[in-house]
Ligand binder design. Structure first.
Ligand code: B12
Length: 228
């Protein structure tokens, strides 16, 4: 079965080695980051492995030659918040810009923002704007439960997001990475929704991996570079 998948992507394997960055926004809304607001469990930053981004990274590294970097802002913000370094929303933004700039030399082709929990919505506009500023050539894709279910809000609240990935992203992102013609691929993908497709009333549908054995075991390596 693995053979079938590899054959499907083999053309792309040879032609390109794309660089991809996955960003995980903090799981606490930006308005709740500021200290001294009587934090409860639900608005405390937590360190949890971002399973969605890791699953995408593992799949991409298994089936393509893409190189994947993961920036989990929860790990960075965990310390910043605990050390009381964030006093204003602008400071949070400044720190995010700083973390992104550390990777400037990588010149990513695609930046994916993973938004699973509702509070991460408050970062989509900020992160995508900073990504566009620092990596102007990168295609910005948002995925996860929040953009999948709130396409109108995400497209209007985050004008720098180019594409929303609907549902599970493995097949969509792998197809995009290995496609010879990105624009054509985006136009025809059932689960990747561009602004134009959205405006034309396109209805996205899921892309499931039918053969579960094709899913490689999670590789934590791209995540280990950060302070876990
Ligand atoms: C496992 C799980 C957890 C785990 C781990 C979560 C994690 N780190 O990812 C733990 C136990 C830690 C957890 C905790 C909580 N969870 Co939880 N969790 C789940 C659960 C059951 C599965 C998520 C999962 O791992 N899926 C498997 C991975 C591989 O898939 P994925 O993350 O969805 O990513 C895929 C796609 O979304 C997409 N994708 C995602 N990002 C991107 C990015 C790009 C660029 C692309 C292209 C695609 C893409 O592709 C990925 C691969 O297919 C979901 C329900 C569900 N069925 O989704 C609830 C769910 C996400 N959790 C939920 C909640 C409420 C919580 C808690 C707040 C509970 C609590 N009161 O503490 C906490 C919050 C933790 C935090 N950090 O703030 C809600 C979120 C609702 C919301 N709107 O915010 C959900 C939806 C359950 C529900 N229906 O209520 N959770």
């Amino acid at each position: 079965m693995e053979q079938r998948v590899q054959t499907k992507y083999i053309e792309g394997w040879r032609v390109m080695r794309k660089k991809i960055l996955f960003i995980i926004p903090p799981c606490v809304a930006i308005s709740d980051l500021i200290p001294d607001r009587g934090k409860t469990f639900s608005n405390k930053i937590r360190k949890e492995v971002p399973l969605g981004a890791l699953s995408l990274a593992t799949y991409l590294e298994h089936y393509t030659q893409a190189s994947v970097t993961i920036l989990d802002l929860n790990l960075e913000f965990y310390e910043l918040v605990n050390e009381g370094k964030i006093g204003e929303t602008e400071e949070a933004e400044m720190y995010i810009e700083g973390f992104l700039k550390e990777f400037k030399y990588k010149e990513f082709d695609i930046c994916g923002i993973s938004s699973i929990f509702s509070p991460t919505y408050s970062y989509l506009g900020i992160i995508s704007r900073l990504v566009k500023k620092i990596f102007p050539a990168a295609l910005i894709v948002a995925g996860g439960g929040v953009p999948s279910n709130l396409m109108a809000e995400v497209f209007s609240g985050a004008p720098c997001i180019d594409v929303i990935s609907y549902g599970e992203g493995e097949l969509a992102i792998t197809g995009l990475v290995t496609s010879k013609n990105e624009q054509e691929y985006l136009a025809n993908s059932p689960s990747l929704v561009t602004r134009q497709k959205y405006q034309e009333g396109f209805q996205a549908s899921f892309e499931f991996i039918e053969e579960l054995d094709e899913i490689p075991p999670l590789d934590f390596f791209p995540y280990r570079a950060q302070k876990v």
